[in-house]
Structures are given as structure tokens and as C-alpha cells.
Design a protein. Structure first.
Length: 525
């Protein structure tokens, strides 16, 4: 075991493919649903992160997913774009329709192999399930060269039957076989042994890449994935910030940094541009409203802050005493001052391009206007401020409700009162209302004005950059009926940011209601 921080020399490392499923399994996290524009923004960032494969959605599940896969496949350059498909002809055909014409594509089809699932959910015999798997892999191969097959609930399947299914789908043309720990049940050593068993007992296994897909119900999704890599897995499926069904999926940043930091042990690495990790994490958190816990490995706010005096003393003397990776290696550096009030449109566009954002003229105009307003309120605009502007301005949810003005009165001896002017469907409307605090007064007044009956589930405020003139960013999670959405707002005034976040969520609810585009779950047999 070596102690120095060393990022170079990957000549001997085995390259592991990173299959990112933030937009498919990640999007299945309660409340994390993303609209088309948001998915495109995330997909473009995943391309900058240099993932190998993007699972962009499940084409058959909804017209929204279909369109997102289609646009991502057409517009995002670099990674292979993949659609999930149940082992049904209509699903495989729909995946193909969404992907056709794009340069690098994959169809990922799956069916359960555990007796629990086959008996209670799919109502199929083992032979029937194997036959369906083979037929659908062949059907997908009729469309594309690159076909992945997953035996769902593999870790609770009879290994002998699992080997048989894998052999059959590889013969049918599967180029990747993915082993999911669907319910997060496996232990790391056991999962490693399963991968070894597959290598030793599936005669044609060398004709396919072994992939793994681990859920985090027992907190070991990353440990399981790494154990599988040790035993020969060549692809890992993971998500940014580990979002996903229930307790989530294996976290991309932990796997990638784990391999890079301990390449002396794993002898493996990825092609991920690790300096893009933090930006990707913040983007996904902003868009989904899923806040990253401060002590989360790699991307948590505390991941690189050393509080104990002994640690600080050691660090000052020699960084390697307590630092096993450089903060810059995930893109965490000193906040860079990017622009000020006098910066012009040309410099703004150039700075955005340096940050990796290419925008149309219309998008740029919107973002520039917003930047100018911010630069008027705040002397210095940082990279993080620009990222928030971009992620908010690129979201094109129709604005049914728009904040025109807001005035609040609050303090130790007044009843908090909000006076609000909104534009609702193009018409101006004003109202005054009271509440338990300034935010409550604003939210109650907005609810009356918009005639909405939603419940506020989460309200989070954070400062985007330091200082008392920092932009405050508010994230809310709002529920109406069975639908949960997130809303974001940022402003140097946190009450204004709060009102914007709430209206953003109400706009999303209005949009969803107008589309009634309900998704079917990938687990519906
Ligand atoms: O968890 C799971 O089993 C899945 C499959 C569709 C790969 O997400
Ligand atoms: Zn999954």
C-alpha cells in the first residue's frame, strides 16, 4: 500500500466502462423526475464527464422518456446512448425507434431470473423466461450491434439457472451481460464470488463484457461493485450522487475515485474526467432537488474539510498525512471569480464555453439578462453562480405563474405579511396575506393566488458562494395528489428565492397536469 497521492501512470490499468444510469434508474428516485430539457443538460454534462454509456431512459415507459432518449441520442456526442426495454417485443421495438439514426447506440433488455420474481410477478417458468430473454436479445440484435441483457434479481437467482440464461443470451448475441443486485441484498465477498462463478461456469463468457448493477439497500452498493471489478467485471452501472430506486444505486463518483485513488490495489481505472465530478454532482442535485448529505464521500460539503486540530496540524506540515486525494481532482478548487458587472455578452459567452456550456443565441440572451441582474445586486459573480443561472435558465417549463414583485414585512413585533404581484397565464394579479414567518406568508399568499392545494414536503436554503451578498438558493419539494416535484429559485434575497422556488414547483405541477404523461414502472412485468 503506497501513501503518496499519485494520479499518473495508468499504462497497466484495466479500463472499466462506466455505464451511467442517472437518467433512468436515478430518475426513478421518488421526486427526482426530470423534464426533457433537464435530461439534456444532465446528458451533456455526463458527456463532459466522459462516461462510456448513458442509459437515457426507458423508451416504452412514456412519450416523455421516448423523446428524451431520441434527443439525447441525436444531440449528445461521445458516449453510447442506451434505452432500457423489458423483454417484450413492443419494448425492444420502441427502444429502437427512439435510438435509430444515432451514431452510438445500445438496447438494454431484461427479465427476472429469480424464482421469487418469476413465480409471483412474471408468472413464468424458468424455461419460458430463458426463451423470452433469448428471443428479445435476438430481436434487439436485429436492430443494433450492441445489446445488453440483465437477469433481474440475479443475486437471488439459482446460480446454475443464471449461468444457463447467460450462456443462452450470449449465444443469441448479447455483447454485455449485466448482473443486477436489484434489491441490494448481496454482501461484497458473496457478490465477488458470484462474478467469479459466472466467469468460471459460463462457457462463452469471454464473448461478452460482464457488467454489474448494485443497489444500496444495505449500504454496500459501491463495495459490491468494487468486489465485482476485482473478480473481472468490466463495466459498472452507477449514478451521480448514488441516486436511484429506494436507497439508490452505486455512486459513480465513489467508484471512479475509489479506482483512481487505489489503483495500486485494483489495477483498474476508468476514462472519467474526474475534475468534472463536483460539477456533475451539483447539477444533478440542483435539477432533482435531492440534496447531497454533507458527509457523503467525495462530493459532500465536508468531504475535504478537516476539522480536528491534529489533522489540520498534519496537513499544514505535509498534505499526504491526512489527504488521500487532491480536492482539485474532483473539480473542487478555490471559487474562481469569473465576471463582474462590466463584463459584456461576448466575454460571458466565452466564459460559459470555457465552463463547457454551449448555448443557442436565445438561451444565451436569457442567461445574460439574468447574469446582468445578478451582477447589479452582487459585486462578484463566481463560477458556481453561473452554473445555477444556467441550470435554471435552460429549463423551459412554461411559466403559468411568474413573480412580478414581492414585498414582505416581518420582525420581532409585526405579524409577517407578504404583498405579492404575480402574472398568472399572462394576467396580473395582486394579493396581501399573512403567515407565521416571511416565507410562510409568501407561500400562503401564492397558494391563494394560484388556487393550488399542494403540500410543501421539503424546504432547503443554501448559499451558493460565500459572503453576506451571496446568492441564496432555495430548493423545495412539493406534492399534489400523487405527484411530487422539485422547484428551485435563486436570488440575493432569500425570500424572493423562496417565492421563485415555490412558483417553479407550481409551474412544474401545472405542466405535468396538462400533459398527463404517466410513466409505467420498469418493474411492471
Ligand atoms: O435494479 C435492476 O435490476 C435494474 C435492471 C433493470 C437492470 O435496474
Ligand atoms: Zn436498478
Amino acid at each position: 500500500m503506497r501513501a503518496e497521492i499519485d494520479e499518473g501512470n495508468f499504462a497497466m490499468a484495466r479500463m472499466i466502462r462506466i455505464f451511467d444510469t442517472t437518467l433512468r434508474d436515478g430518475e426513478q428516485s421518488p421526486g427526482a423526475s426530470m423534464n426533457l430539457e433537464e435530461k439534456l443538460i444532465v446528458a451533456k454534462q455526463l458527456a463532459r464527464l466522459n462516461v462510456d454509456i448513458i442509459e437515457a431512459g426507458f423508451a416504452y415507459s412514456s412519450p416523455g422518456d421516448f423523446e428524451a432518449i431520441r434527443r439525447i441520442a441525436q444531440e449528445v456526442e461521445g458516449p453510447i446512448i442506451c434505452s432500457l426495454a423489458r423483454a417484450r417485443p413492443e419494448d425492444v421495438d420502441r427502444a429502437w425507434e427512439a435510438l435509430r439514426g444515432a451514431p452510438k447506440i445500445r438496447i438494454h433488455t431484461f427479465i427476472s431470473t429469480s424464482d421469487i420474481h418469476l413465480k409471483h410477478q412474471f408468472r413464468l417458468t424458468r424455461d419460458q423466461a430463458r426463451e423470452r430473454a433469448v428471443d428479445m436479445v435476438q430481436r434487439a440484435r436485429g436492430y443494433v450491434e450492441d445489446v445488453e441483457f440483465s437477469p433481474m434479481d440475479a443475486t437471488r437467482s439459482d446460480p446454475k439457472y443464471l449461468y444457463e440464461v447467460l450462456e443462452a443470451v450470449i449465444t443469441a448475441g448479447a455483447t454485455t451481460v449485466n448482473i443486477p443486485d436489484t434489491v441490494g441484498y448481496a454482501a461484497p465477498q458473496e457478490f465477488g464470488m458470484l462474478i467469479r462463478g459466472i466467469r468460471e461456469n459460463v462457457p462463452n463468457i469471454k464473448q461478452a463484457v460482464i457488467s454489474v448493477h448494485c443497489h444500496n439497500d444495505l449500504g454496500v452498493a459501491v463495495g459490491n461493485s468494487l468486489a465485482a471489478i476485482v473478480e473481472g467485471a468490466g463495466q459498472v452501472e452507477c449514478t451521480i450522487n448514488g441516486i436511484g430506486e429506494r436507497a439508490g444505486n452505486a455512486s459513480l463518483e465513489e467508484i471512479v475515485r475509489g479506482l483512481r485513488t487505489r489503483k495500486d490495489f485494483y489495477g483498474a481505472d476508468t476514462q472519467i474526467q474526474t475534475e468534472e465530478i463536483l460539477k456533475s454532482s451539483r447539477l444533478v442535485s440542483n435539477i432533482t432537488g435531492m440534496v447531497v448529505q454533507p458527509n457523503k464521500a467525495i462530493v459532500g460539503a465536508n468531504a475535504f474539510s478537516h476539522a480536528s486540530g491534529i489533522h489540520q496540524d498534519g496537513l499544514l506540515k505535509e498534505k499526504t498525512t491526512y489527504e488521500i486525494m487532491r480536492p482539485e481532482s474532483i473539480g473542487l478548487g478555490k471559487s474562481t471569480l469569473v465576471m463582474g458587472k462590466l463584463s459584456g455578452r461576448h466575454a460571458f459567452r466565452q466564459r460559459l464555453e470555457e465552463l463547457g456550456y454551449k448555448m443557442t443565441d436565445e438561451e444565451l440572451n436569457k442567461a445574460f439578462e439574468r447574469f446582468k441582474r445578478l451582477a447589479d445586486q452582487k459585486k462578484e459573480v463566481y463560477e458556481e453562480d453561473l452554473e445555477v443561472i444556467i441550470s435554471e435558465e435552460l429549463q423551459t417549463i412554461p411559466e403559468t405563474y411568474r413573480l412580478k414583485s414581492l414585498h414582505v414585512e416581518s420582525g420581532t413585533d409585526t405579524v409577517p405579511t407578504a404583498q405579492i404581484e404575480l402574472e398568472i397565464d399572462g394576467k396580473s394579479s395582486r394579493q396581501v396575506g399573512k403567515g407565521d414567518g416571511p416565507v410562510d406568508a409568501a407561500y400562503r399568499t401564492i397558494a391563494v393566488m394560484t388556487e393550488t392545494k399542494s403540500t410543501l414536503l421539503t424546504y432547503v436554503v443554501k448559499a451558493i458562494t460565500g459572503g453576506t451578498d451571496a446568492q441564496g438558493e432555495v430548493m423545495v419539494k412539493v406534492e399534489e395528489g400523487a405527484k411530487t416535484v422539485t422547484g428551485h429559485g435563486s436570488d440575493t434575497d432569500i425570500i424572493v428565492a423562496s417565492a421563485k422556488a415555490y412558483l417553479n414547483a407550481l409551474n412544474k405541477l401545472a405542466y405535468w397536469k396538462s400533459r398527463k404523461d404517466e410513466k409505467i414502472s420498469y418493474k411492471e412485468a
